[in-house]
Design a protein around this ligand. Structure first.
Ligand SMILES: *[C@@H]1O[C@H](CO)[C@@H](O)[C@H](O)[C@H]1NC(C)=O
Ligand SMILES: *[C@@H]1O[C@H](CO)[C@@H](O)[C@H](O)[C@H]1NC(C)=O
Length: 365
């Protein structure tokens, strides 16, 4: 009995060990290959994760378009929390609207120096580090509307090409006290400004802005508005003052002023019928037009016009001078080439060009 059991155990052990051994053998012999295959597949999976998961999240979804010969990159509504850093550096129109960006950092647009139009509306931007925009010398339009800004970064007003500025729907309650630190006159050739729905008590004082022709200040309390602010905007053509709570006197003054300056009046509030307080509410048109700021604003335009005329004249003169130089150079070169040709001929066939007297002398000899 014992014998038979030990025999069975021996048999089982033998068969088990041989099976196990074969399994191990199979496994070990093929291990190198398996590990290599495994590693390769890990590498592929990792690379794919890198490519689609982290590195080019923005590249994958941002759309590259050509709009009016400008390279536009659209990263619209992508849940972005930062400005993507892997886009083409030639981008001219960058659309980052409807994202979740909270902060703009100094390096955010460092790579994108050619941006002309920057759309950042409907984000959560609260703060902007100094020098975020300062190097964007081609920037013509920036839209920061519907964010959580408490002020307009002052460097924006010094951008040399900036024409259109949208900052509507931000909390700019203390804007005018911040603007006291602004270097005036501003460098930006600002033409359009939207400060609607910003909690403003008065229009922003940016110093003289001779190019500004349209301002949207609707849906602001504007309780401290005075016509004097308009003196710095000598070329204003259109203003939106709807849904403001101007005092009745200011309302009458401004409506009169706007009409006299022939500014578009279709977006003006309807003032309450004049009450007794209007007796002490003088029309301010002549006062404002007589202010030194108005004069300076007009002068700035004249100076700019004169400068551009002088630049044109200088350009024409330079052009003419260059043409003259080129013509002279060409004439000189042709002359020299002719001379060289003559010399060559003489060298190849000396007799043909030889002095006829020589021939005579020869004949005589
Ligand atoms: C002024 O801005 C507000 C808010 O952005 C807009 O609804 C309104 O149409 C603008 N007014 C004009 C005249 O464009
Ligand atoms: C402004 O002043 C001129 C004369 O200096 C006068 O003729 C004109 O009526 C005044 N305009 C207003 C709106 O007071």
């Amino acid at each position: 009995m014992l014998n038979s059991i030990s025999g069975l155990v021996f048999l089982w052990e033998q068969s088990y060990s041989s099976f196990y051994g074969r399994l191990l053998e199979f496994f070990f012999c093929n291990m190198d290959l398996r590990i290599i295959i495994l590693q390769i597949s890990y590498i592929i999976i990792f690379a794919k994760m890198l490519a689609f998961g982290f590195i080019s999240q923005d590249e994958r979804k941002c759309k590259y378009l050509k709009v009016d010969r400008l390279l536009k990159i659209k990263c619209f509504d992508m849940n972005l929390r930062e400005v993507p850093q892997f886009l083409s550096t030639s981008v001219e129109v960058l659309d980052l609207a409807f994202n979740r960006i909270k902060k703009l950092k100094r390096h955010s647009f460092e790579r994108y120096g050619k941006i002309k139009y920057l759309l950042l509306y409907e984000n959560m931007i609260q703060s902007v580090e100094p020098d975020t925009f300062a190097h964007l010398s081609s920037l013509q339009e920036i839209d920061l509307s519907n964010n959580a800004l408490l002020t307009i970064p002052l460097e924006i007003f010094q951008l040399p090409s900036l024409r259109n500025l949208y900052v509507d729907s931000n909390d700019l309650i203390n804007l005018n006290s911040d603007l006291k630190k602004l270097d005036k006159p501003i460098q930006a050739p600002l033409e359009y400004l939207n400060v609607a729905e910003c909690g403003l008590q008065d229009l922003p004082d940016m110093g003289i802005v001779p190019n500004l022709w349209q301002i949207n200040a609707s849906s602001n309390p504007l309780k401290e508005i005075t016509t004097e602010t308009f003196a710095t905007m000598c070329h204003l053509k259109s203003i939106d003052l709807l849904k403001t709570q101007m005092p009745n006197c200011a309302c009458h003054q401004i409506v009169e002023y706007v009409n006299l300056r022939k500014i578009k009046n279709s977006f003006l509030p309807i003032c309450k019928t004049p009450g007794a307080e209007l007796d002490e509410c003088p029309p301010l048109y002549n006062i404002t037009v007589g202010l030194p700021e108005f004069e300076q604003c007009n002068q700035a335009t004249l100076n700019a016009a004169a400068r551009s005329t002088w630049l044109t004249i200088a350009g024409c003169l330079c052009g003419a001078f260059l043409v003259l130089l080129t013509v002279l150079y060409c004439i000189n070169r042709r002359k020299r080439r002719k001379e060289k040709k003559k010399e060559k001929k003489r060298f190849i066939n000396p007799t043909s060009n030889a002095n006829p007297q020589d021939e005579l002398l020869c004949d005589n000899a």
